[in-house]
Ligand binder design. Structure first.
Ligand SMILES: [Zn+2]
Ligand SMILES: [Zn+2]
Length: 246
C-alpha cells in the first residue's frame, strides 16, 4: 500500500495549460518565491522558526535571494542569531589557532576551522520547503496521467518538461504508479522529453541560421529566445539545491 501524498490537481492542471517549456519550472519558481517570502515574514520572530534558521540556515543561492529581497529587518534578525550559532562553533577553534605552537598544528586547526564553517553551509530550509512541493507536484502529474484521460492528452500535446524535472517526475513516479502503469509512464515521459528536446534544439539551430545574412529577411518563427530556452530546457529553473536531510 502506497503512502497517499496530497494531490495538487489545480496548480498542475493550470500548469499544463500554460504552454511553457516546463510547468514544473514555473511552479518551482513560485515555490522558491514563497519560501523566500516566508523566511522574511513575521514567522522569523517565533522561537521555533529561529531555532530552525540558526541550526540549518540556507544554501548560498537562497541566501543571495534573501539578501536581495529588500527586507532588511527580518533578515538582520535571522543573520544575527545565525552568526551567534556559528560563533559558538568557530570561536573555540579560533582560540586554539591563536595559541598554536607551530605551523603544522596551526594549519591542522585552520582546516578544522573551515571544515566546521563548510558544515554550517550544508542544508537549506528554502530548498526543503521547495522539495516538499516538488514531490507533491510530480506525484500529482503521475496520478492524473493514470486517472484522467483529458490530462494525459493535454500532456501529450504540451511542450513537455525540462530534462531536470523529467528526472524528478520519474524518480517520484513509483510513489504513485507500479507495474505496467509505471513502465508505460516512463516510456511516455521519456518520449515526450526527447521529442521536445529535439524541438528546442531545432529552434536553437534556426537562431544560428537567422544570423546568416541570407536569412536576414526570413521569419523568426518564434525562435527569438531559443538560446535561453535551450539552456533552461536542460537545467530547469527553481532547482532544489541542498535540502535539509532528515
Ligand atoms: Zn523544469
Ligand atoms: Zn536553498
Amino acid at each position: 500500500m502506497k503512502v497517499q501524498l496530497q494531490l495538487e490537481t489545480i496548480p498542475v492542471w493550470d500548469g499544463v495549460k500554460e504552454g511553457s517549456e516546463c510547468f514544473i519550472c514555473s511552479l518551482m519558481k513560485k515555490a522558491e518565491e514563497d519560501g523566500v517570502r516566508y523566511y522574511l515574514s513575521s514567522a522569523v520572530m517565533t522561537p521555533e522558526v529561529r531555532v530552525e534558521t540558526n541550526t540549518h540556515g540556507f544554501c548560498t543561492h537562497h541566501l543571495s535571494m534573501l539578501a536581495e529581497a529588500g527586507k532588511p529587518q527580518p533578515l538582520a534578525l535571522v543573520m544575527d542569531t545565525y552568526y551567534e550559532e556559528s560563533r559558538k562553533i568557530l570561536a573555540p577553534i579560533a582560540e586554539r589557532i591563536a595559541s598554536s605552537p607551530n605551523a603544522r598544528k596551526a594549519m591542522k586547526l585552520v582546516h578544522a576551522f573551515f571544515d566546521a564553517a563548510g558544515e554550517r553551509e550544508r542544508g537549506c530550509l528554502i530548498c526543503s520547503r521547495m522539495e516538499e512541493r516538488l514531490v507533491r507536484y510530480c506525484y500529482t502529474v503521475a496520478s492524473l496521467w493514470r486517472d484522467d484521460q483529458d490530462f494525459r492528452a493535454a500532456l501529450e500535446e504540451s511542450k513537455g518538461f525540462c530534462l531536470h524535472h523529467a528526472r524528478s517526475l520519474l524518480e517520484t513516479a513509483p510513489e504513485a504508479l507500479s507495474g505496467d502503469d509505471l513502465a508505460e509512464y516512463a516510456r511516455f515521459i521519456i518520449s515526450l522529453t526527447m521529442r521536445n528536446l529535439d524541438r528546442v534544439q531545432h529552434d536553437d539551430w534556426w537562431m544560428t541560421q537567422k544570423y546568416k545574412s541570407e536569412n536576414r529577411d526570413k521569419p523568426w518563427s518564434g525562435c527569438e529566445d531559443a538560446q535561453k530556452r535551450a539552456v533552461y530546457k536542460l537545467t530547469g529553473e527553481g532547482r532544489v539545491i541542498d535540502p535539509v536531510r532528515k
